[in-house]
Design a protein around this ligand. Structure first.
Ligand SMILES: Nc1ncnc2c1ncn2[C@@H]1O[C@H](COP(=O)(O)OP(=O)(O)O)[C@@H](O)[C@H]1O
Ligand SMILES: [Mg+2]
Length: 285
C-alpha cells in the first residue's frame, strides 16, 4: 500500500507563529506530485513534517495508516526516501559510498553488502552515472550531483520519495532529465514521488497532481489544470499571468503589468560586439 495522510496538521518553529496551519492531505497510489508556492510559505517545512525530521505541533502524519511519530527512523527510511535541497551538502566520499549510505536502513551486518551492491549498481545504471561511481562526490557538476542524490534516495527503495527542489541549480537539459526520471519512477517503480518545484511549467507538464501552498495553508490541490490558473497565481504569488493550454496542461506566461514601455526602452548607446559560432557574426547594437 502507498498512502500518506496528513490530518489537521499545524507546525510552529517557535511555539508562537504557525508556519503551517490546518494541513489536510490524503495521498494514495503511485504518482508524481509537485508542491508549489512562493518562498517561505512552508514547502520544506511540510515535507520535513511528512518525513519526521520535524514533529507537527498539532495533527498527525500517517504512512500506510501508521503514525510516523511511532515509527523508528530506520523503519521509516524504508518507507520514505528523502532527497534534501542540494545547494551545500557535499561529502568527501566517492559516488558509490554516497549512494551506499542510502542502504543504511536496510543493512543489518556486512553479509548484506552483496545485496546492497546489487541495488547500488542498479540505481547507478538507472541514473546513467555508472562511469562516475569511483569519482569523489564533491567534485561533480550540479547535474551529476543531483543524479547521485536521486540515486541515493532510490537505493533506500522507498514507497514514497520526497524531494526538496530537485531541479534547482540545473540547466534546462538537466531539469528535463531529472523530472522525466521522477515521472518514470512513479510509473515503473510504482512509488509516490513528491517534489517541491518553483517551475510552474515543469510542474504542470509532468505532475499528476499539484499542491499549491499559500502562507502556511493549502490554497489548492488537484490536477495541474485545476490548480495552476490565472486566479490562483494572482492570489498566491501576486503576479499577473496568462495561461495557455498545451496537451491539456497549463503553460504560465508571466505578464508583469508593472514593467512599462518606458522601462523596456534600450538605452541609447548600448553596444555589444563579438562573434558567435552559430548565428550572428556581426556586432549587435
Ligand atoms: N529552523 C527554522 N526556525 C525558525 N523559522 C524557520 C526555520 N526554518 C524555516 N523557518 C521559517 O518558516 C517559514 C517557512 O519556511 P520553509 O518551509 O523553508 O519555506 P519554503 O520551503 O516554502 O521556502 C519561513 O518563514 C521560514 O523563515
Ligand atoms: Mg524550501
Amino acid at each position: 500500500m502507498h498512502q500518506l495522510s496528513v490530518t489537521d496538521m499545524d507546525y510552529s518553529y517557535n511555539g508562537d507563529r504557525l508556519t503551517l496551519q490546518g494541513i489536510n492531505l490524503d495521498i494514495r497510489n503511485p504518482q508524481l506530485i509537485s508542491i508549489i508556492g512562493p518562498n517561505g510559505v512552508g514547502k520544506s517545512t511540510l515535507i520535513h513534517c511528512m518525513n519526521k525530521i520535524l514533529s507537527p505541533t498539532r495533527g498527525t502524519v500517517l504512512v500506510d495508516e501508521k503514525d510516523v511519530s511511532g515509527i523508528k527512523p530506520r523503519d521509516l527510511a524504508k518507507k520514505i526516501g528523502y532527497v534534501p535541497y542540494s545547494a551545500n551538502d557535499t561529502f568527501p566520499l566517492t559516488v558509490i559510498d554516497t549512494i551506499l549510505m542510502g542502504r543504511n536502513p536496510h543493512s543489518k551486518w556486512r553479509s548484506d553488502i552483496h545485496e546492497d551492491m546489487k541495488i547500488v549498481r542498479e540505481v547507478l545504471e538507472l541514473m546513467d552515472i555508472t562511469p562516475l561511481a569511483m569519482r569523489p562526490f564533491n567534485e561533480l557538476s550540479a547535474g551529476q550531483h543531483q543524479r547521485v542524490m536521486l540515486a541515493r534516495g532510490l537505493a533506500q527503495q522507498p514507497e514514497i520519495l520526497l524531494l526538496d527542489e530537485p531541479t534547482a541549480n540545473l540547466d534546462i537539459r538537466h531539469q528535463l532529465d531529472v523530472i522525466r526520471i521522477l515521472k518514470r519512477l512513479s510509473v515503473q517503480k510504482q512509488i509516490v514521488v513528491i517534489m517541491i518545484s518553483h517551475d510552474l511549467n515543469l510542474a504542470a507538464k509532468y505532475s499528476d497532481n499539484v499542491i499549491m501552498l499559500s502562507k502556511g495553508t493549502i490554497y489548492a490541490v488537484g490536477k495541474p489544470e485545476d490548480v495552476i490558473t490565472k486566479e490562483s497565481i494572482k492570489a498566491v504569488y501576486d503576479v499577473d499571468a496568462d495561461i495557455i493550454m498545451s496537451n491539456g496542461r497549463p503553460i504560465t506566461i508571466l505578464l508583469d503589468n508593472e514593467f512599462t514601455e518606458e522601462d523596456a526602452k534600450t538605452p541609447e548607446n548600448a553596444h555589444l560586439e563579438g562573434s558567435g559560432a552559430a548565428l550572428f557574426d556581426r556586432g549587435i547594437s
